[in-house]
Design a protein around this ligand. Sequence first.
Ligand SMILES: [Zn+2]
Ligand SMILES: [Zn+2]
Length: 300
Amino acid sequence: MATGVHHPDRLAGTGRAPGGAAAFAAELATLLALADPEEPALMEPAEVLRDLEAGHVLTDSHPPRVTPDEFFDLVQNLCAAVNRRAEVAGEGRRVHRALGVYEAVARSLTPAEFVRWVVEAGWEGAPPDAGPAQRGLEELALDWARRAVLRRHTRRLARVLGGPRWEQPRFDHRCPVCGALAALAVAAPPRSPRRLALCPDCGARWRQRAGPCPACGEDRPASRVTLPGTCGEGPGAGRRPAMVDGCSTCGHYSKIVEADAEWLSAPFEVLDAGTFTLDLLAVSRGFARRSRRPTGGGSP
Ligand SMILES: [Zn+2]
Ligand SMILES: [Zn+2]
């Protein structure tokens, strides 16, 4: 099994009383911050900037560096934290076994393939014998670990560039850093065509214009469904206008929130969990969130 610096004993404070989705998200956000070691800057800033300006997804040309040991250490820690929180300790052995299968698959890949596995679909393609009954906590932990790796990489790219240069207007639905579809955006008012998109995977933010469905490209106004709601938690909870922006053609939805700098200062995990009522609203109407690259493949 993996060894490393991320020992479960370091996860102090995970036993406190539940405090809602935002509290849980804040706890996980703290946990994810563990995976941010100092790394030497091996990238050439001018090269990164050139790729950004050319519209390339940065993780294609400058992939993150992560080893299976490092990745699965983080997964194990996340599982331990989620287990404690969800009081499903009896699941521990099953989850441990399922993760062992994923880890074996991951170790059969070359280092470059492994990074690709983490950045793109990850566990979705493996292992082949993981049936629906086996998909659960371990997948949640794999997803969070994958995002932790991407967020660390985004912070590193920002350091290389001397700041988050991708915040300049792009009016694109695809994250300029990792290629994921925007799943949460900020606009004032919520129906405003100009938005600040937040990447659910790597944490990058960029200026975006409301337009065709980000998942399927549908642009007929009649195919768009807007479901008004409010932000469930965080500053201004229950009063901050928000809405679900759904596509009736492919079923993808985004969450749009009228927010200010105070709200935006929280980690993405907190913002995401704090708008969970919008997810419930969307799912109850048959929508599903597609946050990863729709093709599962790299760009040229
Ligand atoms: Zn991203
Ligand atoms: Zn669509």
